[in-house]
Design a protein around this ligand. Structure first.
Ligand code: NIG
Ligand code: FE
Length: 440
């Protein structure tokens, strides 16, 4: 038995409760506890409780001294597009000068320019670009990160992107959840006519999806359902086929204009509907009445220079389960900083700090279909936790733009650390006197 005790915490935020997303008012209680320690046994959490009790019970345990810091579940970033080539900073200036996001796409920029770029790069090159990005995302507190393909838009280039995600999952101690987003755009070579568009939808369903499934390369299928991109009907065709093939479903829905994307997500039993900045009242009601998680991405609206945000309060008050995520991508949200998204969740979406933390942990896990496995500090759950340079967890959204994460563990193993190395490889012979000296 290899037990490790995390002691000398200022606060432990457990997010404990049922193994599903927290809905409506349930989101208000993040389970904040003072003066407790956490015992992990191998890959799992064994106990959360009084430090003296746990020290007695696990007398031989290795010790990690948290130095009077806050401990939370490792964050779950349930929406990223981390597999891409070069940055797209020119578009930021273009938007500032008044050219809209969709107009840039119509001119062949936006997603199209990332597609042209990714197609020229080898799998190894993409891996070398993505690895430091994933490590940097993790350095802000995430232990689980969903990663989408979607800048390939051909069978070979989508498979290449998904293979990069699989390699990253093998080579890092971060839980990566792969999503196939072959329906991120209609590629340029299929845009000449309606017949041509239909050919791309057929390619997605008849060729790409079976190839993705054959290689067991994705857990979810996702579609950018938006006027100018995929229509509601095209989205339905692609996602129905994906569901029949055994994939979970996600949608980029109602991001810029309301077009029934949220309602479709609920109808299809999608695991999450994401963005929702332009969701209609009917969409809010549909998500509130379904298990589909509403994943909000406030960094995207901020970076696009929009004055609007998704109606988070209406969603919560209607009883929906709300998650937040970075949407890390080169076009609309080039940030690694998940805590900054928590800041926006509080100041722009008007969530409480507890709601924001629940949205970034247990509800992020629910948005990936793994709420019974991670996202809370509860015995039997994966030992995924983050330690924060803070006395109170509300400092995580408060010190905006800062990196307060001092270390994370995933499945009981160090994932990221800024803490002294003796904390990373806990000593077999704990010295309680030393651990306690931090109380002074
Ligand atoms: O989530 N909305 C669609 N996809 C991405 C942006 C992709 C891009 O511009 O490269 C998003 O915002
Ligand atoms: Fe996205």
């Amino acid at each position: 038995m290899s037990v490790t005790l995390f002691v000398n915490t200022s606060q432990v935020v457990t997010c404990s409760g049922p193994g599903r997303g927290r809905r409506g008012r349930e989101m208000a209680d993040a389970g904040v506890r003072s003066d407790v320690a956490i015992a992990i046994d191998g890959e799992l959490i064994a106990a959360v409780g009084d430090e003296d009790d746990l020290r007695r019970h696990y007398a031989d345990a290795a010790i990690v001294d948290c130095g009077k810091r806050v401990v939370t579940p490792g964050l779950v970033d349930s929406h990223t597009h981390a597999i891409f080539g070069r940055a797209r900073y020119r578009e930021q200036e273009l938007r500032a000068s008044g050219v809209g996001y969709m107009e840039i796409a119509r001119q062949g920029g936006g997603i199209h320019s990332s597609v042209a770029d990714l197609r020229t790069r080898s799998e190894n090159e993409l891996y070398d670009l993505a690895l430091p990005r994933i490590l940097r995302l993790a350095s802000y507190g995430s232990t689980t990160i969903e990663v989408k393909s979607g800048y390939g838009l051909s069978t070979d280039d989508e498979l290449k992107s998904l293979r990069v995600i699989a390699r990253l999952a093998r080579d890092t101690n971060i839980r990566l959840v792969p999503t196939w987003l072959g329906a991120h755009e209609i590629p340029q070579e299929y845009r000449s006519s309606d017949r041509n568009r239909a050919d791309y939808v057929r390619l997605l369903v008849d060729e790409m999806l079976p190839a993705v499934q054959n290689g067991k390369l994705a857990r979810f299928a996702d579609v950018f359902c938006e006027p100018g991109v995929f229509t509601l009907e095209e989205t339905r065709i692609i996602l129905r086929a994906s569901k029949a093939a055994g994939l979970g479903l996600k949608l980029h829905a109602d991001e810029l204009e309301p077009n029934g994307g949220a309602e479709l997500a609920a109808e299809l039993g999608a695991t999450s509907a994401d963005h929702l900045a332009a969701i209609s009242d009917r969409g809010v009601a549909a998500l509130a009445a379904s298990p589909t998680v509403a994943t909000l991405l406030p960094g995207t609206m901020l970076f696009l220079g929009k004055q609007t945000q998704a109606p988070a309060r209406s969603l919560i008050e209607a009883g929906a389960a709300v998650a937040v995520a970075t949407d890390f991508n080169p076009g609309t949200s080039p940030t690694f900083n998940f805590p900054l998204i928590l800041t926006l969740a509080v100041s722009q979406l008007r969530l409480s700090a507890s709601e924001a933390l629940v949205a970034a942990t247990v509800n992020g896990a629910a948005a990936l279909g793994i709420a019974g496995q991670t996202g809370q500090l509860t015995p039997g759950y994966s030992a995924d936790l983050a330690i924060w340079e803070a006395d109170d967890f509300r400092e995580i959204p408060y010190w905006y733009g800062d990196r307060r994460c001092s270390g994370t563990w995933m499945q009981g193993k160090p994932c990221y650390s800024q803490m002294p190395s003796d904390n990373l490889s806990p000593s077999r012979e704990p010295d309680p006197a030393r651990a306690r000296s931090h109380h002074a």
